[in-house]
Design a protein around this ligand. Structure first.
Ligand code: DGY
Length: 323
């Protein structure tokens, strides 16, 4: 079988595919679309990145494709309906990146609250001339209110991390989350209330038509002027232009961002602003996690080749009409 991988991923995954013909794109930026269309022409499986748009047109160019094992938990880059229509199985990488992404959200929260990015730039610039009572004051965390938008796997793990800080926790989700309610006394609230009440807001939703720009100017303008906004999910959930305006107007204090509306482009204004911490989409970037993601993709491909349904399939309904 032929497997096309759109970027070098950890060997742990590639090794599992031994015995098959594996072709890996060796570039360090996203594979050009035209080349990808050529490469999938005779591929039985595709392992793409979240930055590759796998749409109906591309699938048309891949008549033998049986499985798309997306190297990410989010799969908004894959047209699921188009894949299902063509009998192509789509899988993602759940669970193995839950801790890493929740930990990065906390890292950004601490960095934003305590102005770590700004402090680092200040120190490196040689501007530290001695301890100062008013130097780089930030926001304390213990006892504050945490607002978690999206209480799935990552949102839940992130919220549970607040235990040591005795925080009051509100969450917004369509489903009730009994773990959070029982373990933290968390309360399910509507999004406007959460934005108004929380000192720290962290977003953990998938990108869908419903969640695009969920955090718009109206929601941002509800925030406390001391509040911190963290996004490690998908950029387009936040209206980036509105966020720039809200930060400039002091409608919230700081944002910590790992994801952007038009990746890899980032609103130029952010580079001029001290009250935003910027990371380059590294939520799942630990050695352990990226290795486990590679293995999960490889196992999914092998299962489909072997006629077994992978547990991480995202379009279950395709199974009866697969190629
Ligand atoms: C994912 O897997 O969806 C993450 O955004 C990758 O870091």
């Amino acid at each position: 079988m032929k497997i096309y991988v759109t970027r070098r991923i950890p060997d742990a995954g590639i090794k599992l595919l031994e015995g098959h013909e594996v072709d890996v794109y060796e570039g360090s930026t996203p594979i050009p679309r035209k080349l990808l269309a050529e490469k999938v022409a005779d591929a039985d499986a595709l392992i793409p990145l979240l930055s590759d748009q796998i749409d109906a047109e591309l699938m048309e160019a891949a008549p033998k494709l049986k499985v798309i094992a997306n190297y990410a938990v989010g799969y908004d880059n894959v047209d699921i309906d188009a894949a299902t229509k063509r009998g192509i199985v789509v899988t993602n990488t759940p669970d193995v990146l839950t801790d890493a992404t929740a930990e990065l959200a906390w890292a950004l929260l601490f960095a934003a609250a305590r102005r770590i990015g700004e402090a680092e730039r200040f120190t490196r610039a040689g501007r530290f001339s001695g301890w100062g009572p008013m130097l780089l004051l930030g926001q304390g965390i213990r006892g504050k209110t945490l607002g978690v938008i999206g209480a799935g796997r990552i949102g839940t793990r992130f919220a549970l991390g607040s235990r040591g800080f005795e925080m009051k926790v509100f969450y917004y989700d369509q489903e009730r989350n009994e773990t959070l309610e029982q373990e933290l006394g968390a309360k399910k609230v509507d999004i406007s209330y959460l934005m108004h009440e929380a000192d720290f807001v962290s977003i953990h939703l998938p990108l869908t038509q419903e969640t695009k720009h969920l955090i718009d100017a109206h929601q941002l303008f509800r925030m406390k002027p001391t509040a911190v906004l963290i996004n490690t999910s998908r950029g387009p959930i936040v209206d980036e232009k509105a966020l720039v305006a809200a930060l400039r107007a002091g409608k919230l204090a700081v944002a910590g961002l790992d994801v952007y509306e038009r990746e890899p482009d980032i609103s130029a204004e952010f580079f001029e602003m001290e009250n935003v911490v910027l990371a380059p989409h590294i939520g799942s970037a630990t050695h352990q996690t990226r290795g486990a993601m590679a293995e999960l993709c490889a196992y999914a491909v092998l299962k489909v080749f072997g006629g077994e349904m992978p547990s991480n399939i995202v379009n279950r309904e395709v199974w009866s009409k697969r190629r």
